[in-house]
Design a protein around this ligand. Structure first.
Ligand code: MD6
Ligand code: FE
Length: 222
């Protein structure tokens, strides 16, 4: 076995030995455990949001129901239906505006962005993704936003997942990064439009969130 493989095994099985900060690409950085100090506030706030705007399986323009369940908070919510992808200020299920973005969310996203070199990040959209066992996100680009100069800040909670991180072409072979509870990916600049996805979620039990992974993706949509 090569030294590389041995090192990969070691780092995956002993999370505490992995670096707290890892460059993923030019413009993309993984901040391990950055959200841990505020995990309880985040989880409580997610509960309040979901009580107003429940998770739902949205339908793609091609007519497929997504395996990931979604909701939003903030003035712009990402939605998909048969007519396409868009940001909408209103929850199509209720006709009401999406729940406001909690201050704890905005503060965390801005601090993580600043840590990665993006000062003044002021997200107006927070997409909340919920993965149960087997749920996955196929390779895609985030390109429904008006302004690609702002980064995206992505917070992982609950069960670990394998993040697939490709390049500017769909055919670029993705690299795999394990994202654990509390990890944040900040991503902008030259890699802002890289293809990426999430491999099917493995079953497990998380001490705070049970058998699920929740991802918060903060964006400046408008
Ligand atoms: C997820 N994340 O982590 C899905 N997109 O569940 C994304 O699709 C994503 O994490 C853009 C930037 C960061 C992300
Ligand atoms: Fe994405």
């Amino acid at each position: 076995m090569s030294a590389d493989l041995l090192t990969a095994d070691l780092f995956e099985s002993v999370p505490d030995l992995r670096p707290s900060r890892e460059a993923m690409a030019d413009g993309a950085v993984l901040l391990r455990g950055f959200a841990r100090p505020v995990e309880a506030e985040l989880i409580a706030a997610i509960g309040e949001i979901v009580a107003q705007a429940p998770f739902r399986h949205m339908v793609t323009p091609g007519g497929h129901s997504m395996s990931v369940a979604m909701t939003n908070c903030g003035s712009a919510g990402w939605v998909t239906d048969r007519s396409g992808y868009r940001y909408d200020g209103v929850d199509p299920e209720s006709g009401a505006p999406w729940p406001a973005m909690p201050r704890s969310f905005r503060v965390l996203a801005a601090r993580a962005a600043a840590e990665a070199g993006f000062d003044g990040f002021a997200p107006d959209a927070c997409l909340i993704n919920r993965y149960h066992t087997g749920a996955r996100m196929s390779l895609h680009q985030d390109k429904d936003e008006d302004d690609f100069s702002a980064p995206i800040v992505s917070v992982s909670l609950g069960l670990p997942a394998v993040f697939l991180f490709g390049g500017l072409q769909r055919s670029d072979k993705p690299r795999r990064f394990r994202l654990e509870h509390g990890d944040i990916v900040v991503w902008g600049g030259p890699s802002r439009l890289f293809f990426h996805g999430i491999a099917p979620l493995a079953d497990g039990e998380h001490a705070l969130l049970g058998r699920q992974r929740i991802n918060l993706t903060f964006r400046k949509a408008r």
